[in-house]
Ligand binder design. Structure first.
Ligand code: GLA
Length: 396
């Protein structure tokens, strides 16, 4: 799969700019196993990277121009100058992920006495877009990785790259996301999920049991209201943290949640309860996964879904139904829950490889979206994080 993306980016670079790449980099999309909306509450998340990624072919330039060709968007080209203020592109949304990341990377490097060089980039990817699988984080992290590889920026850690990518998303693209998507894309290890402490940004790789797969089922429910509802949830969580007198809901435990509840709005209380219980479930789930206890993991994933449905109210009736279908099909051999920001998007199913065909068939037979669309299903194993793909100056 990556070979095809390599070839497509090399072709795009050749036809747009007339030369072969110096190197390739890649950054994957992600799926979150458990720990939803906990990242911006300084809490815990347990995502893994997926076998779908953004690939960039990179060629250094001797000047201060950045030229970018998007193989997936009709070979559209964006050009900007590192010596002029970098502003949003008026038409090309994909270009803003590139411009934003380059700008934040340059800002990160300046105090270190380091500067970017011009480059030609060709981009192609196969992370499904609009499905909540972090295609935009994978693009941002890949752009950062491209310059890191080109300039040998060893002092820029993978965590720095994730923070730079998140800053691009927050400040340049204008989406108020947490750190989960960029961090797992930058730091994932093959065969492992990553238990991330979103306060310290420390990560503990958790080995997935042998022959366990991650099935991703797109509900085909359109992700409406994502932005506005996401921001509302953030505001409600901040209000709850203020009520409990803590820096973030991460600092509230189950006992304090109930004991100090007095005077808290009922809806805001339920939002807080989701975060407090989800943090505990996520840490438990990492333990269950490490122990190969898929029964316990399945229970925790089911409880997470109920909490997202009833307390955080970010699911959708069709997705609730899809989760039920998946849970029934998997039984006690794995688990299923909605994954990502919510209001549509995907369900994640953890299951033994041997069960993939029958679980897939059961879901395809039983589920239709409100518009009558069948689900789209991808199967992945926990993939590696961002990095260089090939030696510089590959044979032509
Ligand atoms: C989106 C955001 C993440 C995280 C999830 C919910 O994917 O980008 O930062 O908040 O929603 O867990």
């Amino acid at each position: 799969m990556t070979d095809t993306l390599n070839a497509r980016t090399a072709d795009a670079l050749q036809s747009a700019f007339g030369h072969a790449p110096d190197l390739w980099v890649q950054a994957p999309g992600r799926v979150n196993l458990i720990g939803e909306h906990t990242d911006y509450n300084d809490g815990f998340v347990l995502p893994c990277a997926i076998d779908y990624r953004t690939v960039i072919a990179v060629k250094a330039r001797g000047d201060r121009q950045v030229r970018v060709v998007a193989a997936d968007y009709g070979h559209a080209v964006d050009t900007f100058d590192l010596d002029a203020p970098i502003t949003p592109h008026p038409d090309l949304q994909w270009a803003n992920y590139v411009r934003g990341t380059v700008m934040m990377l340059a800002e990160h490097l300046a105090p270190l006495g380091l500067a970017l060089c011009g480059a030609d980039l060709a981009i192609a990817g196969n992370v499904p877009q609009g499905a909540g699988l972090s295609s935009s984080a994978s693009l941002e992290v890949a752009v950062g990785q491209a310059f890191k590889a080109l300039l040998g920026l060893d002092s820029v850690s993978q965590t720095d790259l994730a923070l730079i990518a998140q800053r691009a998303e927050n400040r340049f693209v204008g989406v108020n996301c947490g750190i989960m998507d960029q961090l797992i894309s930058a730091r994932a290890e093959a065969g492992h999920a990553l238990l991330i402490d979103c306060r310290s940004l420390s990560g503990q790789p958790v080995h997935l049991p042998e022959a366990v797969a991650v099935m991703i089922v797109h509900s085909r429910v359109r992700r409406g209201l994502v932005g506005s509802e996401y921001n509302t949830r953030r505001t409600q969580c901040e209000a709850a943290a203020r009520h409990y007198g803590v820096a973030a809901l991460r600092d509230v435990d189950a006992a304090q949640l109930v004991h100090d509840r007095g005077g808290l709005d009922e809806v805001v209380f339920r939002r807080a309860r989701h975060i407090v219980t989800e943090n505990a479930r996520t840490v438990d789930a990492a333990g269950a996964l490490a122990a190969g206890d898929l029964v316990r993991l399945g229970e925790l994933m089911a409880a997470s879904h109920v909490s997202m449905r009833d307390d955080f109210e970010i699911t959708h009736p069709a997705i609730d139904q899809l989760v039920e279908i998946a849970q029934q099909a998997v039984g006690h051999e794995g688990g299923a829950r909605m994954t990502g920001g919510g209001f549509g998007g995907c369900v994640v199913v953890l299951l033994p490889d041997a069960r993939i065909p029958d679980v897939q068939a059961a879901i395809e037979a039983a589920y239709r979206s409100p518009d009558g669309a069948p689900p789209t299903i991808w199967v992945s194993h926990a993939a590696t994080g961002a990095g260089a793909l090939a030696p510089a100056h590959p044979a032509t």
